[in-house]
Write a new protein. Structure first.
Lengths: 304, 259, 304, 259
């Protein structure tokens, strides 16, 4: 059995293999560490952090939909300081990269968090621009080109760490947003975050979620995510971290062929805690079957 | 210790039109399995519905585990299609389970399918040392009450509609039992409104019970934070606990019922 | 058994019941008329028409995805003149409303078709603004506010027929688009059309669809569609015809409670040809169960 | 006449690791069912995968219909889980089927699972009046060839890998049969490359065959236009025909193979 080259380089962030786990689906790794070997995961993007601790939204927070789920956790997290003091060390035991997913109410909050994390032992900062912008009537930062330019530029200045910007899919033209993100100095783009979605309890005549609506994730959105990853990869030169509904090795390979240098597994962890390991193995099997020795030759390798 | 994988369905038993039970093989890798804990079960072999369904253990044998399941929606309906001899994918045991060490006189209160996990509890208590009083409530015809009958010093079976039994809700007999007895611990599992009104009763009397609660779950292990339970924190504050990991057993004086 | 009032008024277009079938999924009704009683359907939106006949895209045109499908039929149709001469009369045999779904390469084409159809025996014109705008680099008409305003205004002038405008979901802010459509005089808004999506054959290393990507429909997109219907209903005063993944009566009722005055069934016809009839019956059962006598009291009747 | 609804699975038979057959009850509402026609079958009771799967009839009995199915992906794999006695949702019969009235000497050419619908064809032809020559090609070990053996005047069984049979593709024996015989009609069903190379052969000889073709389908009845087949129109033009409604049988001289 030949040794396969599975390392991928996300523009300075080097992963042992392209299989990572998505923010908000893996906590800080503690719970899943009891079930699977975290050393086998390329990177862990931790639960979305905010400057101050947050209790998140009131329940009910989740409803299942056809091959998907809508969540409105509302960024419940212990805050960036708690993370630094109590979680980094735990994660550092494992041979996996740590991505700190950050979320702000204002551009200043994003910058402040980026500054704080610059001095800490994390491998990358993932700027989640799907958060509602309190100064802008609650519209997500990531849906307005001007705001995207400003927040990425300022965070870039605030920190020299490897910077991933995570895009919202709820936009008309993701290519334009991606180009702005690249221009303003992001090292890598991750996409997609959840899509705005809703489900209604016809007996109670109210939305299932206390907050009315939430974010749709899971296999249902995979075709949309794949198209966006393909589109973004076609217009930027920085690497893409693809996600959205990936549940098996075939899905992961679709994203890699579409141009993702690495992929993240979110919702699929819930239905199958072994998903990251099975997907990594499935990618390796595919490579052996087709005599590929380096995962990098597959990235964006589509015959169109 | 948690198990992730497939186990064989050894026996499927139809209880009535709405309820059935599964006996599956218990694997060594599962370690201890406590009453009140649950497993997350795949509803189908084809993976649809997508999320696993949390189901409490209703009996733990040496080499077997029993689940008692009520058909509610698409997932539990599909589960009924597993054939004996087939494998079911599951994760568990999950959650904290009941605390029951050292109690000598207990009251168990169950409503509907909520009676299933309490059955696991009473059957794991030694007859010689624990006195059990039971109050079981049903909408229609009672089921899975035999073990409670056999094991309880006192038992009250209620039904909302079957007049061969005492008609009404479990709250009434519970109130009068509490007048006449003092229990080391009370255990409750049943629908949300029942948990809520009993908790009001307990709070008004300054006693506490162990509630086995429910919320929609995704990961089942405490990582995704969708299964929130509002609990007290300090004197006036609250926090969002995880039903799956910090629960599903919560003490009645910890929980904030505000909907 | 009480008689239920099932008639709904889409601002002048009165349907016997709120269950309609979506354009492109029902041809001109001929094939389904062999399987179900078309008199039971509130309206039939016919296969998207163009000024000239079109052969559509080369195959492969369809790929199934988790609880969805992506199609790239490419508006294969016999043209508006053929439709008028050969299809209207057939459909008129049935007690159902006829909605002519029109598609243009240019604003002029849309207007020309609207003019032609004004003189014909159809009950409504549905303006599909998800078509690629050839003058605008192929971006869909429906994604640019200025273009939306222009095309709706001009078509409104070109025809006095009942006018439905069908929105594309691939936009950042569907509320703004909907308000423009209302301002320019549309009688009704239908949504959603398919979402941009893609699937890749990892063995062939090419997209499954010859055209690369296509439109995603089916239950997978239901939560997204429902949220958009809810959002649009909350900002316009004209009625909404909701669709996107409706497969059973519960789904249909979710849309109605979210604000849809009528609903359309698309992809679900393929998996269950009886879907329209079963859904109509399911809505009636729900009304009887809750003692509702008029479907109109359910529209938008959400306790939030 | 088309049937929409559920029918009982009377018999399920495993042919080998990759193939199985279903015998279902034939309903009156189905009317005539012709060889070459197909039904659209639900893959599972839970409705996932969502779209029905088109499967040709491989035998039409008085009160039964047989399907022979190869496991290809998630849908056909899931189908195998139906138990005898359960109901399967289906729509059909669909498509045009073979034309076979009045032909006296025919050649049937099948590749892999494509042999199944041809079995339905030959078994519906009267032995006394029709002379049948058969060429069957397999990747590995041959299966469902018994009826062809019993019914054919000449038969050639090919395999790509099983050297107990003639090794190679069906095109070779077909070419030599065509040298020595003249057929009233030729019927072909099999994988796309086989249809294509045989069509080249037929075109070069100026003869025509009936091809049973395949394309991904959604509605199966001709309404959605996703299942396109490029066919000739006039001398130089083309049109997009519907595989499900205008086919799945097309004459070899009508089809444009351009991929
Ligand atoms: C810790 C824990 C332990 C449990 N133990 C047990 C146990 O031992 N035994 C047991 O039987 N159950 C148990 N449950 C409950 C069990 O998990 C649920 O009943 C099960 O997950 C329901 O899944 P389902 O797919 O059948 O229903 P779902 O599809 O999830 O439906 C749930 C409810 O929502 C309704 N619904 C769905 N969609 C809509 C809509 N659009 N509009 C209106 N209503 C809708 C359904 O009709 C149903 O009433 C437990 C739950 C937890 C959290
Ligand atoms: C008119 C007609 C008649 C037919 N008659 C018969 C018959 O009698 N018997 C019979 O067995 N079949 C028949 N077929 C074929 C049958 O319909 C198909 O085999 C079946 O629909 C496949 O469904 P599936 O879900 O098993 O596979 P699918 O999931 O649809 O997969 C099809 C193929 O695509 C591959 N695939 C899926 N996703 C990906 C991905 N992301 N990347 C790469 N590859 C992928 C699968 O591995 C597989 O090779 C007929 C078809 C037609 C049109
Ligand atoms: C329960 C849950 C919580 C999430 N929380 C976050 C978060 O805090 N920050 C973030 O950037 N994305 C968050 N996401 C989005 C995921 O990281 C991912 O982008 C999305 O779910 C799509 O991938 P999937 O379909 O594989 O889940 C969350 C998703 C889920 C399901
Ligand atoms: C095969 C197919 C063809 C379609 N063609 C058209 C069309 O010609 N015009 C149009 O406005 N919408 C068209 N649509 C979109 C549908 O009308 C509908 O808006 C969409 O499919 C969402 O509904 P559904 O999920 O119920 O299918 C088509 C959809 C499908 C699946
Ligand atoms: S279900 Fe994920 S934290 Fe409880
Ligand atoms: S599958 Fe719909 S037209 Fe053939």
């Amino acid at each position: 059995m030949n040794k396969l080259k599975m390392k991928v380089d996300l523009n300075g962030l080097i992963l042992n293999n392209p299989v990572t786990v998505a923010s908000g689906t893996y906590g800080f790794g503690r719970e899943y560490s009891e079930l699977i070997d975290l050393n086998q995961i390329g990177a862990i993007s931790v639960k979305g952090l905010t400057l101050e601790p947050r209790e998140g939204n009131e329940g009910r927070r989740m409803v299942e939909t056809p091959m998907g789920m809508i969540n409105s956790v509302g960024l419940q997290n212990p805050g960036v300081h708690y993370f630094i003091e109590n979680e980094i060390e735990f994660l550092r035991q494992f041979d996996t990269k740590i991505i700190a997913n950050i979320n702000g109410n204002t551009i200043e909050e994003y910058c402040e968090m980026a500054r704080i994390l610059s001095a800490e032992d994390v491998d990358s900062i993932e700027l989640n621009i799907s958060c509602p912008n309190v100064k802008n009537g609650g519209l997500a930062f990531g849906t307005d080109s001007l705001v995207v330019r400003e927040v990425v530029a300022k965070v870039r200045k605030a920190s020299k760490k490897h910077l991933i910007v995570k895009l919202s899919p709820n936009v008309t033209d993701i290519k334009t947003i991606a180009k702005i993100v690249e221009e303003e100095g992001a090292d890598c783009i991750s996409l997609i975050n959840t899509m705005a979605g809703m489900a209604i309890d016809i007996h109670g005549r109210k939305p299932f979620l206390r907050r009315g609506s939430g974010g749709l994730s899971g296999p249902a959105i995979k075709p949309i995510a794949l198209k966006m990853v393909y589109d973004v990869h076609s217009v930027v030169n920085i690497p893409v971290l693809g996600m959205g509904g990936i549940a098996n090795a075939t899905d992961a390979l679709e994203f890699i062929l579409a141009g993702a240098s690495a992929i993240a597994i979110g919702t699929a962890n819930f239905s199958n805690p072994y998903a990251p390991i099975e997907i990594k193995k499935g990618i390796e099997d595919y490579m052996r079957h087709y005599g590929e020795v380096d995962i990098n030759t597959l990235i964006g390798n589509l015959r169109i | 210790m948690k198990f992730v994988g497939k186990v064989k369905l050894l026996k499927k038993q139809i209880i009535n039109e709405e309820n059935f039970s599964f006996i599956i093989e218990r694997k060594n890798e599962m370690g201890l399995v406590l009453p009140g804990q649950f497993f997350n079960l795949s509803a189908t072999k084809v993976g649809y519905p997508m999320l696993k369904r949390p189901i409490s253990v209703s009996e733990v044998g040496e080499n077997t585990i029993e689940f008692t399941i009520k058909i509610i929606g698409a997932g539990t309906k599909a589960m009924l299609d597993y054939n004996e001899g087939e494998s079911i994918e599951l994760v568990g045991p999950l959650g904290n389970g009941f605390e029951y060490y050292g109690y000598r006189k207990i009251l168990v209160i169950g409503g509907g399918i909520g009676i299933a996990p309490l059955k696991g509890l009473i059957n794991s208590l030694k007859k010689e040392t624990v006195e059990i009083h039971s109050v079981l409530g049903y909408r229609d015809v009672p089921y899975i009450y035999e073990d409670f009958k056999a094991r309880s010093e006192k038992i009250e079976i209620m039904s909302e509609n079957d007049d061969r039994y005492r008609i009404g809700y479990v709250t009434e007999p519970v109130a009068s039992l509490l007048e006449k007895n003092s229990y080391d611990m009370i255990y409750v599992c049943g629908p949300h409104p029942m948990l809520r009104s009993l908790t009001d009763l307990f709070n008004s009397k300054g006693i506490r019970a162990q509630l086995l609660m429910e919320e929609k779950m995704a990961c089942g292990i405490g990582a995704c934070l969708v299964c929130t339970c509002k609990t007290k924190s300090g004197d006036f504050g609250f926090k969002h606990s995880r039903m799956c990991k910090d629960g599903p057993m919560f003490y009645s004086d910890e929980v904030i019922f505000d909907e």
